[in-house]
Write a protein that binds this ligand. Structure first.
Ligand code: NAP
Length: 311
């Protein structure tokens, strides 16, 4: 019998136990799903979150794979005791949630909704009519599972969409870029910039004083990726100067964002508490079950992390 250890916080066991058992049944895999073990050498798979009880994988001497419940793996991929394939979480619920959150915030800035939501003062201000999406240039840093889904949704609305990734992509109806020159070229055209990159050695501080300055004056930034992608001080300076009109930030270098951080008080920053999207147990369990099915059938895993690239 295949043994899978659920290694996340106790409260998540209640959310995941039934969906995981249902997903194993749907996939036709016989799995003994356990929460703790005295015989780690018997465990085939660890269903994993860094907030759970496991940090040293060395006792799991016969492990086949580590299956992350989290999409971002920056707190996992450097764990030297993981010697087996590490798979990150990709699942429909997470992607759908991200598409909805990102699209909502793009539309907020595109339509200038704040002007009327925040300033109802009896004055009939009909001098500014929102432009059409086709006249708004929206760029995505990161065209992976989430970035591409969001970019396609924006494209569906008619926005003029561009995207940047590590390897150059060819996507119908989208301008695509890669590399340092590609980044420079793309930033110059992005009136709304969405960050959906992972936190790696290469992406840290990608948006800094120099790169922020490439954006058109009055650009909007939406960051549901990782806080480390942006140099906070450079962003605050760009907001103060008006170079950046508004930043909607869901992720931060320190979470929860300390209550005295300047982002909370800045009039042109919207702080959301890392809620852009989250893993949904039903759909996430299907991803876990599919990878266990693959492992048992000796088929390649899906969504494996490239540990040399860090994501
Ligand atoms: P993914 O599928 O791994 O995609 C990552 C994208 O970033 C890929 O397009 C990749 O390029 C690109 N990239 C990586 N390093 C790069 C570099 N040095 N230069 C240029 N492009 C680079 O990841 P995902 O599933 O879309 O998730 C993206 C991030 O979203 C996660 O890492 C996590 O940090 C964040 N997230 C946030 C929330 C939230 O609630 N706020 C929820 C889930 C995830 P290639 O395509 O060439 O590989």
């Amino acid at each position: 019998m295949t043994i899978a250890l659920f290694a996340d916080r106790a409260e998540n066991w209640a959310r995941y136990e039934t969906p995981l058992r249902n997903a194993f049944a749907e996939k036709g895999v016989e799995v003994d799903l356990i929460r703790e073990t005295d015989t780690p050498e018997m465990v085939d798979y660890v269903i994993y979150a860094p907030s759970g009880p496991v940090s040293n994988f060395s006792p799991f001497t016969n492990l086949k794979a580590v299956l992350s419940l989290w999409a971002g793996v920056e707190k996992i991929e450097g764990n030297a005791s993981i010697k087996v394939p590490l798979c990150r979480m990709v699942e429909d619920g997470l992607s759908e949630g991200m598409v909805e959150w990102v699209t909502g915030h793009i539309l907020r800035h595109h339509l200038g909704m704040d002007a009327h939501i925040q300033n109802q003062n009896g004055v009939w201000r009909n001098d500014v009519v929102p432009p059409l999406a086709r006249d708004r240039r929206v760029g995505f840093l990161g065209l992976g599972e989430l970035g591409l889904a969001c970019a396609k949704a924006a494209s569906g609305f008619g926005f003029d969409v561009s995207g940047w990734s590590r390897s150059l992509k060819s996507i119908e109806g989208m301008r695509t870029y890669a590399g340092a020159n590609g980044l420079t070229e793309m930033l110059q055209r992005c009136q709304i910039l969405v960050l959906l990159l992972p936190d790696t050695a290469e992406t840290r501080d990608l948006l800094n004083a120099k790169t922020l300055n490439l954006l058109p004056d009055g650009a909007f930034i939406i960051n549901p990726g990782r806080g480390s992608l942006i140099d906070d001080d450079a962003l605050l300076a760009a907001l103060d100067s008006g170079k950046i009109a508004h930043a909607t930030l869901d992720v931060f270098r320190v979470e929860p964002l300390p209550s005295d951080h300047a982002f909370w008080a800045h009039p042109n920053v919207t702080v959301t508490p890392h809620i852009a999207s989250e893993t949904r147990p039903e759909s996430a369990s299907r991803t876990i079950a599919e990878n266990i099915r693959r492992g048992e059938a000796r088929e390649p895993y899906i969504y494996t992390v490239d540990r040399s690239a860090g994501y």
